[in-house]
Design a protein around this ligand. Structure first.
Ligand SMILES: Cc1ncc(COP(=O)(O)O)c(C=O)c1O
Length: 395
């Protein structure tokens, strides 16, 4: 029986799976059970930043595996501390809390915002149309997409959705009661849409005027994905009050975190927040090996260059197929190709997979490219050639 058929029998039907049955991964390729190689521009949904089977990550995992797998946060853990110090050294934040996932990082921040706001009479949270912050009930409350929220109301109260990049709607929505604004610098699931410079300026202004918190969800855009360690670094004069991180930070193992600025480090009292697995040493070892590599300036510079190379070729495809492709968006190695309609997007994906190229669709019609950050220009050319032949077939 095929693996997909077995999965249909025992696993809840909530994932639309590819038909590919993967045997193993190597570098930027996945190899199926028949030996066919696929160039992987999905990378485990922006997780496998160093690709598959990276020696530094594998060695770090094996070293930790032979020491201990799990201790719990009742113990101080050297590898967890090494990672915490590394992340704090790379950012303006002063304290970190480790989680198992991105969603849990958002949950922790929602609790922090609630408590921080309570003592200041602020209880409203703003998030943006098309956002994606996770699927637990708290994170879902600020995932402003009807398709995810509609059957789960009531969600947590006092959240408000503001249209994306609409500065005047945003400034009208913020007031003295606003506790926090959650934003993705570039939306991931929502379709690779960068927040505009005008909007970033508005974040700064409302924070100054009303004293609210601005919280960056860098779960997808962070850890080098766009060519900066965190995407907010592209905006010189803006630092969020806290950041949520996950995906690539665990090097393929489940790990997330939220980092807070000095003003927020004492919001929680002892015992008010916690986790059993968060900051698990095996995940931290993999994360540290990954981040040691990604945070090197030459590595980040390579992402900038390869991202620009990839984007310029996608723009050429847009010019070549104006009846199919409407827009190219994103930065670094977080890029999107918006198709004229969802059918074109789905057909492009199906044909690409047949030709050995993997990616997925974000929003309803945007081809999302979040490859391993180690991808090189000849592999990017290979992807472009496949996309070119796919688009010419649809045209
Ligand atoms: C921007 C963003 N926030 C939050 C999440 C949720 O993270 P996780 O799936 O690790 O819980 C995701 C996952 O896709 C994401 O892209």
């Amino acid at each position: 029986m095929k693996l997909n058929e077995r999965a249909d029998q025992v696993i809840l039907h909530v994932f639309k799976r590819f038909k590919i049955e993967v045997d193993h991964g190597q570098g930027v390729y996945l190899i199926d059970r028949n030996g066919k190689a696929y160039l992987d521009l999905l990378a485990g949904i922006a997780v496998n930043a160093l690709g598959y089977n990276h020696p530094a990550v594998n060695e770090a995992i094996l070293r930790q595996l032979n020491r201990n797998l799990h201790l719990s946060n009742y113990f101080v853990q050297d590898v967890q501390l090494d990672l915490a110090e590394k992340l704090i050294g790379l950012t303006p934040f002063s304290k970190i809390f480790f989680t198992n996932s991105g969603t849990e990082a958002i949950e922790g921040l929602l609790k922090l915002v609630k408590k921080w706001g309570q003592s200041r009479g602020k209880n409203e949270i703003i998030a943006f149309e098309g956002s994606f912050h996770g699927r637990s009930l708290g994170a879902l409350s600020i995932t402003m997409q009807p398709k995810y929220q509609k059957n789960f109301n009531p969600l947590i109260p006092n959240t408000q959705m503001v249209p994306f990049n609409d500065v005047s709607a945003f400034t009208n929505a913020v007031n003295e009661n606003t506790a926090a604004i959650f934003y993705e610098g570039i939306t991931g699931e929502g379709g690779i849409r960068p927040v505009s410079d005008e909007m970033m300026k508005a974040f700064r202004e409302v924070r100054e005027k009303y004293g609210c918190l601005v919280i960056a969800d860098e779960i997808q855009s962070g850890v080098g994905r766009t060519g900066k360690f965190y995407y907010y670094e592209y905006h010189d004069d803006f630092t969020p009050d806290a950041v949520a991180s996950a995906k690539a930070m665990g090097g393929g193992l489940p790990l997330g975190a939220f980092l807070v600025s000095p003003g927020l480090e004492n919001v929680f009292d002892m015992g008010e927040h916690g986790t059993t697995y968060g900051g698990n040493p095996l995940a931290c070892a993999a994360g540290l090996a990954t981040i040691n590599e990604i945070s090197k300036s030459v590595f980040l510079q390579q992402i900038v260059e390869n991202g620009a190379f990839f984007k310029s070729h996608l723009l050429e495809l847009k010019d070549k197929y104006p009846g199919l492709v409407t827009e190219i968006r994103g930065r670094g190695l977080m890029l999107g190709m918006e198709m004229l309609n969802p059918d074109f997007a789905q057909t492009a994906l199906n044909l690409s997979i047949l030709k050995g190229l993997i990616f997925n669709i974000a929003g309803d019609r945007t081809l999302r490219f979040v490859p391993p950050l180690i991808i090189n220009q000849s592999q990017i050319k290979e992807a472009i050639q496949i996309l070119d032949s796919v688009l010419s077939e649809i045209n």
